[in-house]
Design a protein around this ligand. Structure first.
Ligand code: ADP
Ligand code: MG
Length: 310
């Protein structure tokens, strides 16, 4: 994790240019491969960037990036998933094999490719991906001394907000963060409008949350004053287990209205889908996991309206 002085240094080093403030169709269409009508660029919706972050591993960040992305695309949004984890699980889970990752988020963050160069289409209409490769694990060593190191992703994402005839006009960008509060996660938070925090329904769910919230606060104060917590999504809920219900109650007490009503159940179909390179909504549209991610997408769009108005 970056210490506060390091984040402060990043903030102090900000280059003015870098900091400039940038910024339902039926479910069955998830599977249809008909060409998508492009939205009317003159009335294009703004592009919202949500970072999916939690420094704990295995809590459902990648699963949420893939399946929330698919669910948002299924209800008509144009979605880009940015894989910011060197493990590349979001890229594999969306069926993009290593050979097709011609340009990766590593190339983008070191400045050797634009984000549009890295973007590939997925099998899901309206869902695109910027894939990652293992090179990304060395990024901190390479750009750790650069003045704009915390703003590389923000600069890369900024041009997406500008209409480009013929190119996909994204309405949601979901950033899948690594399991650490490192420079990659700070880049995601500096680029984001809001943070979405997956929490696994387990005994230690709340452990580490205050550290995450502190980092968000530091980033807000020093790098990105408009950053907000979008919400907390409880994942892997097991109805047969009393502990799950207790965790939901504790997290709701601690985080109040920030916790989404939708809770993602533990569902074996959700964990099987990535090995087929498919989102669960494509693998099994009717399973409880798919239904939950569709509900979450609807709830997020609703919350977005409140955030943008209020
Ligand atoms: P993270 O990205 O936070 O490390 P993942 O999304 O990779 O976490 O999830 C960790 C593991 O838990 C994966 O094997 C994934 O398939 C599984 N998993 C995630 N969500 C569910 C769920 N709702 N039901 C069952 N398994 C899940
Ligand atoms: Mg992950």
């Amino acid at each position: 994790m970056l210490s506060e002085p390091e984040i402060a240094m990043n903030a102090a080093a900000v280059n003015e240019d870098v900091l400039s403030p940038e910024q339902a169709s039926p479910m069955a269409t998830v599977l249809s491969s008909e060409p998508e009508p492009q939205p009317d660029l003159a009335h294009a919706k703004p592009c919202r960037v949500l970072a999916i972050a939690n420094q704990k591993g295995g809590v459902g960040k990648t699963t949420t990036a893939i399946n929330l992305g698919t669910a948002l695309a299924a209800i008509g949004e144009h979605v880009l998933v940015i894989d910011l984890d060197p493990q590349g699980n979001a890229s594999t889970g969306l069926g993009i094999d290593r050979r097709s990752r011609r340009h990766s988020t590593y190339d983008v963050l070191i400045g050797e490719a634009t984000l549009r160069d890295a973007i590939v289409a997925t099998a899901v209409p309206r869902l695109h991906l910027a894939p990652s490769t293992l090179d990304l694990s060395g990024l901190e060593l390479e750009i750790g001394q650069a003045r704009d190191r915390a703003f590389r992703l923000r600069s890369a994402v900024a041009p997406l907000g500008k209409a480009e005839p013929g190119g996909p006009q994204f309405t949601y960008v979901l950033v899948d963060c690594p399991p650490s509060l490192n420079l990659l996660t700070v880049n995601a938070m500096a680029a984001a409008n809001a943070i979405l925090v997956p929490l696994q329904c387990e005994f230690f769910a709340l452990e580490g949350l205050s550290q995450l919230l502190k980092t968000v606060e530091t980033v807000r104060q020093q790098l990105n004053p408009d950053l907000v917590i979008h919400g907390v999504v409880l994942t892997m809920y097991d109805a047969r287990n009393n502990l799950s219900a207790q965790v939901v109650a504790d997290v709701r007490q601690f985080m109040g209205r920030k916790v989404y009503d939708t809770v993602i159940p533990r569902n074996v179909r959700v964990s099987e889908a990535p090995s087929y390179g498919k989102p669960v909504l494509v693998y099994d549209l009717k399973c409880s996991g798919s239904e939950a991610y569709l509900r979450l997408a609807t709830e997020i769009i609703q919350r977005e309206k409140e955030l943008c108005v209020g």
